[in-house]
Design a protein around this ligand. Structure first.
Ligand code: 5GP
Ligand code: MG
Length: 179
């Protein structure tokens, strides 16, 4: 897999440091609360595992699967709910864990869904924030790293379901997806 990567942007050590930093912040910000941590499948699976181990709180872990990429390298405007949350979040503080916020459309879709269902508060902790890609006015509350407007893979992020198990985040070589 390493041969398909043009440049490593965030290695295991820097991702771990980001998890520790945000974990501490989240632990402080939610002191005394029991939030629902909502992990966005599949991309946020490693970020969820690593970040949550740095959070010293009682939490309920839930998963949601929304799809916007449909296997390509560009976000589509059509967001679909693939797998819904397993429990009622009415009256709960919800912390969404995302791999990356790009156009912001999936996040907006989820925030609206959670608001409609009566969440008490909704925050977002994303590993990566691709601010240049934004099409809707939305910001993440906790950001691991800002990332430039390139298609990245690894550490949960895929191209056609591959590379999710790369331990780092890197830019995929253009020739890998242009053929
Ligand atoms: P948005 O709705 O913000 O445009 O897209 C959010 C989702 O698109 C992310 O959760 C992620 O699954 C996917 N995505 C956005 N940018 C990238 C990228 O650079 N690489 C990969 N692999 N997925 C991305
Ligand atoms: Mg995602």
């Amino acid at each position: 897999m390493d041969n398909d990567i043009q440049e490593v942007l965030f290695d295991q050590t820097s991702i771990h440091d980001a998890a520790v930093r945000l974990g501490k912040q989240i632990t402080q910000d939610y002191a005394g609360e029991r939030p629902v941590v909502l992990s966005v499948l599949k991309g946020a699976y490693l970020w969820t595992a690593d970040l949550l181990r740095e959070v010293d709180l009682y939490v309920d872990l839930e998963f949601i699967n929304v799809s916007s990429y449909h296997g390509g390298v560009k976000s589509t405007d059509e967001i679909t709910l693939v797998t819904d949350i397993g429990s009622d979040i009415k009256g709960r503080h919800v912390l969404i864990l995302e791999d990356i916020v790009d156009t912001g459309q999936s996040l907006l879709f989820m925030k609206e869904l959670l608001a409609k269902r009566g969440a008490k508060s909704i925050s977002v902790a994303t590993l990566l924030d691709k601010k240049e890609g934004r099409k809707v006015d939305i910001t993440a509350d906790y950001v691991g790293f800002d990332v430039r407007n390139e298609f990245v893979v690894g550490y949960g992020l895929d191209y056609k379901e591959m590379y999710r198990n790369l331990p780092y985040v890197g830019i995929l070589k253009k020739e890998v997806y242009s053929d």
